[in-house]
Design a protein around this ligand. Sequence first.
Ligand code: NAP
Length: 263
Amino acid sequence: MGRTFLVTGASSGIGEAVARRLAAEPGSRLILVARREDRLRALAEELPAPASWVATDLTEADAPERVAAHVEERGEGLHLLVNNAGASWRGRFGDAGWENVKRTMELNFDAVVRLTEALLPALRASAPSAIVNVASTAGRISRPGAGAYSASKYALIGWSDALHAEERESGVHVGLVMPGFIATEGFPAEELRARFWTRRLVSTPQKAAEAVVDAGLRGRAERYVPRPYGLVAVLRILAPGLVRRVISGGAGGAMTTATRPGE
Ligand SMILES: NC(=O)c1ccc[n+]([C@@H]2O[C@H](COP(=O)([O-])OP(=O)(O)OC[C@H]3O[C@@H](n4cnc5c(N)ncnc54)[C@H](OP(=O)(O)O)[C@@H]3O)[C@@H](O)[C@H]2O)c1
């Protein structure tokens, strides 16, 4: 028997932690996806469960097809798809323009939708199975300089909610994870971690991985991590004026994310 779990963005940060956590599940088999093959190979060799990998840029036209072919070749079905790969390129719209919105949507939204489309038949055939989409608290609240990123995560959340309802009858559970600040390569949160009063706002990839397990294997519809970040979503609805004032005051403040070198 056993179950096959596919994790995108498994070469670092939350995705790597998710792969390590899922590999500890009895009978698990892993498929790791990202661009950096050396990292995927090293992780696959280290995991306590059988693991293979597909090194691909998920924004490439043939990426979904290549990943689906790999799943098919293994012939073990697909029981969990974790759509985690993503990035943020900071920039105010007036400076970074549509180009920045476009590249962010291509990775954080379009690539997720395309990969899910390619893998849905395998997930349905392996049901009960699940999809976890790693969105963000930024998909509930938008800050200056992160409009493109928020747009991609708002879109991902909206699409996931519909898919959750649509796939219920096929036995494919669709869960959402909304991380707040998690210290990773792509989102180092250095300024927050450097200050005593803000250090506690930053959580770990391991905590995010546990939230993915809640949403993927334990049937939760959505999980914030750290959990109190869910209050942000409530406040955004109940006190939009207050939230806007706080956010505008914080423009250019401590809540920065980094652009990965070379991107
Ligand atoms: N950390 C946070 O504070 C935070 C907060 C909210 C949401 N999130 C979300 O959590 C997810 C994981 O982020 P992270 O914090 O773990 O960042 P990370 O350490 O930078 O990991 C991002 C992963 O995505 C992969 N990736 C990036 N572009 C890709 C592409 N074009 N094709 C294939 N894979 C690609 C990267 O691998 P390669 O470079 O090898 O391709 C890497 O494995 C993202 O969706 C992010 O938006 C993070």
